[in-house]
Design a protein around this ligand. Structure first.
Ligand code: HEC
Length: 158
């Protein structure tokens, strides 16, 4: 009798509650994982990851990159001046423009993957800058994006 009661308790209450929890939990995890989903097609990933940044990161190249980021590159309109993904146009995108200050995201991305995305864009809103920016300009921008991920960065200085 006692065993039977426990079983029906589980079946009627606990199992549906658990399934509801699972459904919601999966949804939430999905939304926040978008930023970390790989943006390069599987077939190109190895080749792209092997690309090497040819621009040295120093005061001069970073200040040139900042001028592109806040100027003709228009990056700041979406990614925000401080790289937090909070630019003026940010709210029209899902997933939102990447927040470059996320250290977890910085760690999982190679320079080559960033180069690919800046060149080709993504399916969900990041425009491709293919011929609009030279390769050198793109690599400088990548050094600048890396600065946003450091707490005491050259990029966050005025
Ligand atoms: C019109 C808005 C817009 C502009 C302008 C823009 N971006 Fe983005 N960017 C996005 C959005 C939206 C995403 C997120 C897309 C996604 O997750 O698929 C993104 C993602 C990225 C990523 C992350 C890619 C990854 O692998 O996670 C990088 C790097 C990036 N942008 C660099 C730049 C640079 C550099 C510029 C300027 C040259 C720029 N973006 C300009 C909207 C923009």
């Amino acid at each position: 009798m006692k065993i039977k009661f426990r079983f029906s308790f589980a079946a009627v209450l606990v199992i549906p509650l658990y399934l509801t929890f699972l459904a919601f939990h999966t949804d939430i995890a999905q939304a926040s994982d978008d930023a970390y989903d790989v943006k390069v097609p599987e077939s190109k990933l190895a080749e792209v990851k092997a690309l090497k940044n040819v621009v040295a990161s120093n005061k001069k190249s970073l200040s040139e990159a900042k001028a592109i980021y806040t100027g003709k590159g228009t990056c700041f309109n979406c990614h925000g001046e401080k790289g937090r993904g909070d630019g003026e146009l940010a709210s029209s995108f899902e997933p939102p423009p990447r927040n470059f200050t996320l250290s977890g995201w910085q760690k999982v991305r190679s320079d080559g993957e960033l180069f690919y995305v800046i060149t080709n864009g993504t399916e969900s809103g990041m425009p491709g800058f293919g011929d609009m920016l030279s390769d050198e300009e793109k690599w400088s921008l990548i050094n600048y994006i890396r600065e946003f991920g450091k707490s005491k960065s050259l990029a966050s200085r005025k």
